[in-house]
Design a binder for this molecule. Structure first.
Ligand code: AMP
Length: 211
């Protein structure tokens, strides 16, 4: 199965992708996580990406397309793309790549939540610096800023501050939202209401995908 998880920042794509990758034994490919790993390594790419991410902007298409080419070409089983494509140019390049590799997109899950709720979620989001588990300080019981899964330190993403969140939402509307129409025209888009609990959203995705 080859799934694209699509939607504005903060709708829960990362959380759902992790759960889906376990249930269906799919590789979770998160371009945001790949970039954050490069930042942690202080690689050349990481240094470049850091400035862009902290400003709430998008990393240039040619860099992202190269990353995706390398990762996707090395996969053997199915996968979930989380955070890619984010522009029409990326979506077109992905089609070309999948065509070359004879990979078929099964479904594009478009998760949506209203904007006020997105901002509330992003402002309250913490993630584990070791295992990546995502927490919400309004919902989850957090003690000593420690991950309940692995004990790692919980941190707030640099780009989850109100000023940068507003910029990310604008860029989403200008550059990423048109990708929704792109997949709708190809009859691949499936709408998921992301406003419920993590379990409710997961259940509606599983209902769409089948057991
Ligand atoms: P995410 O974790 O998916 O919210 O991604 C965090 C940040 O990484 C984004 O705000 C962008 O700056 C950058 N990024 C991730 N994926 C892409 C992409 N496909 N194209 C451009 N920039 C990206």
């Amino acid at each position: 199965m080859h799934i694209i998880l699509f939607g504005p920042p903060g709708v829960g794509k990362g959380t759902q992708a992790k759960m889906l990758s376990e249930k269906y034994n799919l590789m979770h490919i998160s371009t945001g996580d790949i970039l954050r790993a490069e930042i942690a390594k202080s690689s050349e790419l990481g240094k470049k990406a850091r400035e862009i991410i902290e400003a709430g902007k998008l990393v240039p298409d040619e860099i992202m397309i190269e990353i995706i080419k390398n990762v996707v070409s090395s996969t053997k089983n199915g996968f979930i793309l989380d955070g890619f494509p984010r522009t029409i140019v990326q979506a077109e390049s992905l089609d070309k790549l999948f065509n070359d590799l004879k990979i078929k997109i099964d479904i594009v899950l478009y998760i949506d939540v209203d904007e006020k709720e997105i901002i509330r979620r992003l402002e309250n989001r913490l993630s584990c610096s070791v295992c990546g588990k995502i927490f919400n300080i309004m919902i989850d019981k957090i003690e000593d800023m420690k991950c309940t899964n692995c004990g790692g330190k919980l941190t707030r993403r640099e780009d989850d501050n109100p000023e940068v969140i507003i910029k990310r939402m604008k860029i989403y509307k200008d550059s990423t939202e048109p990708v929704k129409e792109y997949y709708k025209k190809k009859n691949l888009l499936s709408f998921i209401d992301g406003s419920g609990s993590i379990e409710e959203v997961f259940e509606s995705i599983v209902n769409k995908l089948g057991q």
